[in-house]
Ligand binder design. Sequence first.
Ligand code: QV4
Ligand code: CA
Length: 512
Amino acid sequence: MRVLLLLAAVGLCGAQYNANTQPGRTSIVHLFEWRWADIALECERYLAPYGFGGVQVSPPNENVVVTSPNRPWWERYQPISYKLCSRSGNEDEFRDMVTRCNNVGVRIYVDAVVNHMCGSGAGYGTHSTCGSYFNAGNRDFPAVPYSGWDFNDGKCTTGSGEIESYQDIYQIRNCRLSGLLDLAMEKDYVRSKVAEYLNHLIDIGVAGFRIDAAKHMWPGDIKGFLDKLHNLNTKWFSSGARPFIYQEVIDLGGEPVTGSQYYGNGRVTEFKYGAKLGTVIRRWNGEKMSYLKNWGEGWGFAPSDRALVFVDNHDNQRGHGAGGASILTFWDARLYKMAVGFMLAHPYGFTRVMSSFRWPRNFQNGHDVNDWYGPPSNWDGSTKSVPINPDTTCGDDWVCEHRWRQIRNMVVFRNVVDGEPFSNWWDNNSNQVAFGRGSKGFIVFNNDDWQLNEYLQTGLPAGTYCDVISGDKDNNRCTGIQVNVSGDGKAHFQISNSAEDPFIAIHINAKL
Ligand code: QV4
Ligand code: CA
């Protein structure tokens, strides 16, 4: 009996690191600012067929309506209540999305903004996405309810009441992050209100949470509300399954708050990953792809089973948060596809693919003054639905990186090679590299300024393979490059440095 209890306990803890995706589905996609109705459709028509494990959705709770600037994307990071209504839809639409996505094996992960409420300057009234009254000035949020007692004001020691130094662990947790009213998470009442919100979502059927601004809450206070969370809904999850937790903790080193302090609660977003990979793929600071041989923990990242990894996210693709100029995004499409391809082929971490909207970037003195732009929207401020073009791309300024053939096919690649070891590394001591995943997949990159022309050990069984970067396997023919693996596992690769996509990926499900 004791063994069973122990196993149950481990199961309880272990599962917080487990994404609760269906077996063989190994990535999630952040459908940033998408409407619930569109996500439900995308689960059924695209994400399920291509083996995406789940979707990170934008904050579903009521937020302040910001009109200056006009409906910025970041208004959704200023909660007014935990009612499920936002520009993405209402509670019925949210429920419908979760049900339809779960029914096709695609999970929903909610971006939980629970460290704070709206900005101190948000005023008072009913300018909120559900019409709930609030008064930021006296910390009054009757729709939760929260009152002045539930905020950290008395605890913060800085003059401005805001975080002024990231070298002071007390300010980071007890003061306001850019003026956002900071909740007193040590109070059981506040923990209970947060848990009530998250349990409402769990009971609807979500599989886990991104904990926004986790760095700004004490790890023990986060545990305080996590311990109050229900098990997942047994309509779609096994009994006792725990919500997947990944905490947004920006840790590029050099600060007293580190990601490792949060491992006890769940995974942590590994921001070093995208910052470093961007530098390597851009070949900045003398970085080169041959250095990626020990990618992962060897580069000082979190342990693989504690890391949530990504090339870019909704903040740093527009200069918010962290990562800086090296971050690759859809704006740098050719290099971006290489970075995402490398991430999805490499075994390190749990992978999240970004799916963005386009906005009119306008750099002035190195800063994009339009970094606040909200999603494609109608004249009344409502978010536009996502039109799908005949060529399967998205219209109306939705970028849909997750639908780019090179990225979608690498999501499939990751599923096919899941569990296979990192193997058969080769490099030319510069920016031509290759590696395999056991006997199931192999990938080759040419990021040098000359042709790659090599015979390489792939580890794959003999046969003819379709390159899933330049094309697809369509019935029994390749629409792109074909690769012949001989009996000894070797294959000849030629990649021009001026190729549209200077990398080739093959796996056993793309074998003729
Ligand atoms: C302004 C002034 C304040 C003033 C306040 C008065 O700067 O000094 O006190 O007005 O109200 C927006 C504006 C910001 C404004 C604030 C209101 O940009 O100028 O403050 O609202 O207080 C997003 C955006 C922020 C935005 C915020 C709330 O990035 O620009 O602020 O939403 O709308 C750190 C954290 C990390 C964080 C990252 C951005 O460690 O956790 O900064 N990342 C997460 C989210 C991010 C979000 C938040 C946290 C806040 O990924 O999208 O910030 O929820 O690194
Ligand atoms: Ca805080």
